[in-house]
Design a binder for this molecule. Structure first.
Ligand code: ZN
Length: 657
């Protein structure tokens, strides 16, 4: 484990202890092998002046909802230390009461709720406490002789405690176990199947102890495994697999209760895991740490010949698991698996939005690696299912998910946008992503147009069928299907009157402004059939209802495109796929319309740029965003009963009217 401590950065903090606390927390957060998605927490004990001018001892502990990789000063909840120490002495405290008391103990009512491990941090008598769920330590712990191995590698330096559910009783357990221990003789505490704590009166020392202890565990794993321990296999993405993914996603929607995203991970390691003889057994044996269950559930699904049909097996197993462990107060969560092994093909992830899908992917990739290392140490032995159930259905963990309940209008939907890098295409991408969509953004120019995990940037020339097919495979592999196609790619060729029109300009315009749309639509139809409320929006032009001289190549192509859309609406209606057409006009905030071109055009009509831009009935400029909003209306469910329509977006044009 790399020690990321940088003395130069450290100097910038001028001994501000909270700033240093933030810094080393971020260092821990930067290593996914130490903490994944909210796993792990840190604290600092200092003092704060109260309103009476008295110094009060304070525990600044990671607040709920913050992640160590990005935590800032305001992410640490200032909590009265003495109050927490008194709570630790109580005989018992229910989860709900503990959370209430943690909020009562806050010095700032606006601060985030302290971590559920706040009382545990309080009882460790050092200024800085670091807690991680380090993969290496937990992996060793999740094996038949894990306890013995850890005692062997750490000797007397580390106190090793059995698994206890996080919260008040864990804090009590640590307090009792350490009451007979001379703290100065131990470097850390390992909680089996959970993680590791280090502590010191200096942030640097506490951080470095963490790195040191985790490195020892990593070296032990290295010594006991070989480069072959982690299986690897090359597995191709094919159209057949992608269609099966789209069908799986659709079927999973029935379990999830709405649209969702799916991903096929065919990386060497994931396909390698899926190819193991006992992959079906391993995927049911449980996670790295129990807190992962809130993202991944307690076990995964097994997909074989027909993944959509295999969902039933998971549902049955999950219902049985619920019935085995549920108490009266529990209500079963949805029965959609969050991950599964697709035998010989790779791992599959399913989740409601991009953020949670990425979390599931990340956790699963770490887990399948840990499982194989654990197997090499004698067998992967996660916590028994009753302990996993206890965390998965723990009210405090479920509370963390509550904020995910309100879904944005396009959450779980996958949109393919062509010509995505600028103008109307880019505006559509931004509009849809703002409303929760996952977007496959394709453009022939640029690969990295958008920096967001909600957007998959793909370089693709839509006039090339092969490139279109390849782009769709990558898109469907990444998000699981296509619900909405926004066919937008196009250009405006140089103005030429008919007798001067060159074959080249004509052919190019027909190719890009008409034929490419047919190719993209044709390739998307099989996926749209498996989509959620599938919809196609075609960007045509005001030139269709109201053509202008000199634009034969453009207007004829766009007229053909409109006809294509009408026929598509006729053919695809039976599959529930809506196809609608927009006719934008005079959208000048696009890459094509440079300031120079605008002023030349305006001057040729004897108008100012402003008058030229607003030369319409409403006297208002039409922007890319206006078009994107109309696109969003057709793409969403508000116009669910409309297909084959054409809508002008032109602020009023007498020739169109
Ligand atoms: Zn923990």
């Amino acid at each position: 484990m790399k020690n990321r401590w940088d003395p130069d950065t450290f100097c910038d903090f001028k001994n501000n202890q909270l700033a240093i606390r933030v810094y080393t927390s971020n260092l821990l957060g930067a290593e996914q092998d130490l903490v994944l998605h909210g796993g792990g927490n840190t604290s600092f004990k200092g003092t704060q002046k109260n309103i009476f001018g008295e110094d009060e001892p304070v525990l600044y502990v990671k607040g709920s909802g913050w992640d160590l990789s990005t935590i800032e000063k305001r992410g640490f909840s200032p909590t009265r230390l003495e109050y927490l120490l008194r709570l630790a002495k109580m005989g018992s405290l229910s989860d709900t009461e503990m959370m209430t008391q943690l909020r009562i103990a806050l010095l700032d009512p606006r601060a985030p709720t302290p971590s559920i491990e706040a009382i545990l941090h309080a009882v460790i008598p050092y200024q800085f406490v670091d807690h991680s769920h380090a993969d290496a330590v937990v992996t060793i712990s999740n094996t038949p002789n894990g306890d013995k191995h850890l005692r062997q590698i750490y000797g007397e330096d580390v106190l090793i405690l059995p698994y206890i559910m996080p919260g008040f009783i864990l804090a009590k357990q640590v307090a009792e176990a350490t009451s007979r221990v001379d703290w100065s003789t131990i470097k850390g505490i390992v909680l089996l199947h959970h993680g590791i704590f280090t502590f010191a009166d200096s942030a640097k020392v506490s951080y470095e102890k963490m790195i040191e202890l985790v490195t020892i565990a990593e070296k032990f794993l290295e010594k006991n495994t070989t480069s072959d321990t982690i299986a690897k296999l090359a597995s191709e993405i094919t159209e057949k697999k992608c269609l099966q993914m789209a069908k799986l996603r659709k079927a999973a929607g029935g379990l999830f209760g709405g649209p969702l995203l799916a991903r096929l991970d065919n990386s060497l390691e994931s396909a390698g895991f899926s190819n193991l003889d006992n992959a079906t057994d391993l995927v049911g044996r449980g996670p790295l740490t129990p807190d992962h269950t809130i993202h991944t559930k307690a076990f995964g699904a097994i997909f074989d010949q027909n993944p959509a049909d295999d969902l039933d097996n998971f549902t049955e197993a999950y219902q049985e698991y619920f019935q085995n462990y549920a108490q009266d107060e529990h209500h079963i969560l949805d029965c959609m698996p969050r991950y599964g092994v697709w035998l010989n093909k790779g791992m599959v992830y399913l989740s409601g939005n991009v953020r949670t899908l990425n979390i599931v992917e990340n956790i699963t990739q770490h887990t399948i690696k840990a499982i194989q290392l654990g197997e090499a140490l004698g067998g992967w032995e996660a916590l028994p299912r009753n302990d996993l159930f206890e965390i998965e259905y723990w009210e405090l963990e479920q509370a963390k998910l509550k904020s995910d309940k309100d879904r944005a209008s396009f959450e779980g939907k996958v949109v393919l946008v062509t010509g995505a890098s600028s103008g109307i295409g880019a505006a559509c991408v931004n509009e849809l992503v703002e409303n929760g969509a996952a977007v496959i953004a394709i453009d022939f120019q640029n690969e990295e147009n958008f920096e967001s995990s909600s957007i998959l940037n793909l370089r693709c020339d839509v006039t090339d069928s092969k490139q279109v097919a390849d782009a769709l495979l990558l898109g469907v592999k990444h998000f699981g299907g296509i619900d909405i196609l926004i066919s937008n790619a196009g250009n405006f060729p140089p103005s030429q009157n008919l007798e001067l029109l060159t074959d080249e300009n004509w052919d190019k315009s027909i190719e890009l402004n008409l034929s490419s749309h047919m190719r993209v639509l044709r390739a998307c139809v099989p996926y749209l059939r498996e989509g959620f409320d599938p919809s196609v929006v075609i960007i045509a032009s005001k030139n269709v209802p109201a053509p202008g001289p000199g634009a034969a190549a453009y207007s004829s192509a766009k007229a053909g495109l409109t006809q294509l859309a009408r026929i598509a609406a006729l053919e695809l209606g039976k599959d529930g796929i809506r196809v609608n057409v927009l006719h934008p006009n005079a959208v000048y905030d696009t890459a094509m319309w440079t300031k120079k071109l605008l002023s030349t055009r305006a001057a040729s009509y004897g108008l100012s740029i402003e008058d030229y831009k607003t030369a319409n009935l409403l006297k208002r400029e039409v922007t890319s965003k206006d078009v994107a909003r109309a696109v969003s209306l057709f793409a969403g469910t508000d116009l669910a009963k409309t297909t084959g329509s054409q809508l002008p977006i032109d602020a009023g044009n007498d020739r169109v009217i």
